[in-house]
Design a protein around this ligand. Structure first.
Ligand code: HEC
Ligand code: HEC
Length: 471
């Protein structure tokens, strides 16, 4: 038995080596697949456990989301007049609701991008009132709200961890169908069986990510990401922080968008979101996810643009317009004095570095050459290394995406976090201090920085929290 296994494995590796030599496809040779469940990690040491429970008595508080305008929703400075026109036209499309005739559904979470990417301005994240609630029954739709979708909770996109046969799933399962809508005669579909998924502990969630400044993120060269990572190697090693990129399988470049850095470009993300969140097919993703013949009420791909449009931009397919809007969207402007005053924010910034947060939340990366002048040679103050890190048992979701394993996530860019209402990949908390504590658990690469965070005095911790909410 052993011998057989060995020879099969050997034959497979020889075949793989041969295939790599003779490869005539575009695919880059794949790394070993990442694990959905990493091997059991050592429990937290007694000191860290004590520090975590003692933190309940801390007096430092999350000052809460900042409310003053932070320049969000505006276009980047330095766009040409025609780029600015394209931005404004594309923004309209980003916020306009689609109907079934336009390709909406048969299954989806919402009818426009802007509903989920709404706070504190168009292009942001989940707003105070979850748009999924009203959409469930819009235009006669007969959807039942699953218990996890609540009016004051975040917009949620569910994924199932495993298929019925026990194999890995990990894909999004949209909340709703077009059944009952006035514009969807004859279509009758059941929503996914969320009750069964909850009972089987087989459901995990993602909340929307903010889009401000993402044109700059798209433009950061892989070399810059890797050089920055290399520069912190010794400091990371000392604290047990690793980090690796999520290289995509098509051309091997570094993925940077999504909670697991699963996409390299805004255009691919836009095409994917159009199909997953709204059920609208395009040239990026031409095949309907739900193919019940009675529910195919628009020709596919649903949106291929319009060659007869009056202007080039108007004629673009929607994913192209969404990508333009996102590429030209300015980043959030941090506040120098709110909350807590300038001295506290300045002190918090220094503590953010001395506790080791910056070893993952890299303050600044830089763009190099760029076709669009406004994106060229710019500082990108994103507070992320764009790497994947093992975040331990507490944050693990068991979803594998490309080279991201079930316990790994991309360091969330913290720019704009000062105004975010919901935090962490599934929106499990709105308290920024709790979001930091959740970084500590068996197997997490962030345990040592959290230990230092917990060793701060109350005043110091307050400074650090003020700094985070100033972003
Ligand atoms: C139902 C809510 C919802 C709608 C509608 C929605 N999104 Fe999102 N968006 C999300 C979620 C959830 C994520 C995180 C996805 C992930 O990583 O799995 C996300 C992430 C993104 C990202 C990645 C941002 C980053 O910094 O990594 C982009 C880009 C994006 N969405 C664009 C769009 C576009 C374009 C549309 C419209 C076609 C859209 N979204 C519609 C929920 C939504
Ligand atoms: C090992 C890398 C690493 C270190 C060190 C680290 N973080 Fe994070 N941080 C992450 C990752 C990955 C996430 C996303 C986790 C998730 O959503 O499940 C995250 C998320 C966050 C969030 C939530 C952002 C949002 O919008 O949801 C905050 C706030 C945050 N980190 C602050 C800190 C602070 C403060 C420190 C230092 C005490 C720190 N982090 C140290 C990797 C790290």
């Amino acid at each position: 038995m052993h011998k057989l296994t060995f020879s099969v494995a050997l034959a497979a590796s020889v075949a793989a080596a041969l295939a790599a030599c003779n490869s005539s496809s575009d695919e880059v040779a794949a790394a070993p697949p990442p694990a959905a469940e990493a091997p059991a990690a050592a429990p937290l040491d007694a000191e860290l456990v004590t520090l975590i429970s003692a933190h309940a008595a801390a007096t430092a508080r999350d000052p809460g989301p900042r409310t003053a305008a932070a320049g969000t929703g505006a276009a980047l400075k330095g766009l040409t007049p025609s780029e600015l026109r394209a931005f404004n036209l594309s923004k309209d499309d980003f916020t306009s609701a689609e109907d079934v005739e336009g390709g909406l559904g048969p299954t989806m979470n919402l009818d426009n991008c802007g509903g989920c990417h709404a706070h504190p301005a168009t292009g942001g994240t989940s707003p105070t009132v979850n748009p999924e609630v009203a959409f469930a029954t819009l235009n006669g739709a007969r959807n039942v709200l699953p218990p996890f979708v609540t009016r004051n909770g975040p917009a949620l996109v569910p994924r199932f961890v495993k298929n019925a046969d026990g194999s890995l799933d990990g894909t999004p399962h949209p909340l709703f169908t077009i059944t009952g809508r006035a514009d969807a005669p004859g279509c009758s579909l059941a929503q996914p069986d969320f009750a069964a998924a909850i009972a089987a502990n087989n459901i995990v969630f993602r909340i929307p990510l903010q889009l401000f400044g993402n044109g700059l993120v798209e433009q950061i060269p892989d070399q810059e990401i890797l050089a920055s990572q290399a520069a912190s190697a010794a400091a990371r090693l000392a604290l047990g922080i690793k980090g690796h990129p999520n290289r995509n399988a098509t051309d091997g470049t570094i993925g940077r968008f999504g909670w697991k850095a699963q996409q390299v470009s805004l255009l691919t993300f836009a095409g994917g979101a159009y199909n997953v969140e709204m059920g609208i097919t395009s040239l990026q993703f031409p095949v309907e996810r739900e193919q019940d013949p009675a529910c195919q009420l628009a020709p596919t791909p649903n949106d291929i643009g319009d060659l007869n449009a009056a202007t080039a931009v108007e004629g673009l397919a929607s994913p192209d317009k969404f990508a333009i809007f996102m590429r030209f969207l300015a980043p959030a402007t941090p506040s120098a004095n709110t909350p807590g005053g300038a001295a506290s924010i300045k002190s918090g910034k220094a503590l953010f570095e001395s506790t080791g947060c910056t070893l993952c939340h890299t303050p600044t990366l830089r763009t190099a050459s760029a076709t669009v002048a406004a994106l060229r040679k710019q500082d990108v103050n994103l507070f992320s290394d764009l790497m994947l890190h093992d975040m331990g048992d507490v944050l693990a979701d068991g979803v594998v995406q490309g080279q991201a394993g079930g316990r790994e996530f991309r360091t969330t860019p913290l720019w704009g976090v000062g105004q975010r209402l919901f935090l962490l990949h599934d929106g499990r908390t709105s308290d920024i201090s709790q979001a930091v504590l959740a970084h500590a658990s068996p197997g997490s690469e962030a345990n040592e920085p959290v230990r230092k965070f917990l060793q701060l005095s109350d005043t110091e911790e307050q400074d650090l929290l003020n700094f985070l909410r100033s972003l």
